[in-house]
Design a protein around this ligand. Sequence first.
Ligand SMILES: C[S@@+](CC[C@H](N)C(=O)[O-])C[C@H]1O[C@@H](n2cnc3c(N)ncnc32)[C@H](O)[C@@H]1O
Length: 230
Amino acid sequence: MDKRTFVRRSFAAIAESYDLLNTLLSFGIDMWWRHEAIKALGFSGQGLVLDACAGTMRLGKGILRRYPGARVVTLDFSLVMLGRGAERAQGAAIAPIGGDAELLPFRAETFGRAIVGFGIRNLSDPRKGIEELARVLKKGGRVVILEFGRPTLPVFKNLYKWYLSRFIPWAGGVVSGQKEVYRYLHESIMAFPEPAELMAMMQKAGFSQIHCQKLTGGIANLYIGEKTSH
Ligand SMILES: C[S@@+](CC[C@H](N)C(=O)[O-])C[C@H]1O[C@@H](n2cnc3c(N)ncnc32)[C@H](O)[C@@H]1O
């Protein structure tokens, strides 16, 4: 099975327990990571924001809570994940769209801001996804990518490795019945490019003022960049 099909089937299978497991397995720290990602958007409260690989739309909803006047488009290729998020977003000014982050169904220079939470790692071709984000952003628009990383601090690194490779597949399997998906979480984090490589991809795609902010000792990273305006 190719990665794309595996990823789509996997998220459909865990959609129901996704939010709960996220919060349980991160001890609630994911809420703080998302808060930091939304803050890093530097959003004025005006204009159109894209939440790509939106899943259950936690980032999109968070943006609206912080900026009630914002217009948010949430895109994901799993309608099951979007549907799960929509159940709990009645009345919110969100436009959920089924689509592929590697071939965004939007015209060039549509959005002032774009955010991707734990989505880039799941793409078959992260480079293509980053290029698409650059295409649909207006010149000077900002992208924020929140993604898992690999901590480097000696003892912490080993503890985290055990937690990610042993505990999470076990606990994820017990709660969701989909141990394979939580094994994939570990494998995909291990296979993900180093921050310097990801930032180089961003630069090549047309972003500048790129920087990476480590969160929780590097368990997660925030990549921020602005679409070059010339
Ligand atoms: C780990 S979840 C993240 C969801 C959400 N952004 C969050 O912060 O919780 C990854 C999401 O990316 C979506 N996804 C993966 N590849 C995609 C693609 N090529 N196009 C659109 N969505 C994709 C999956 O369906 C899944 O909902």
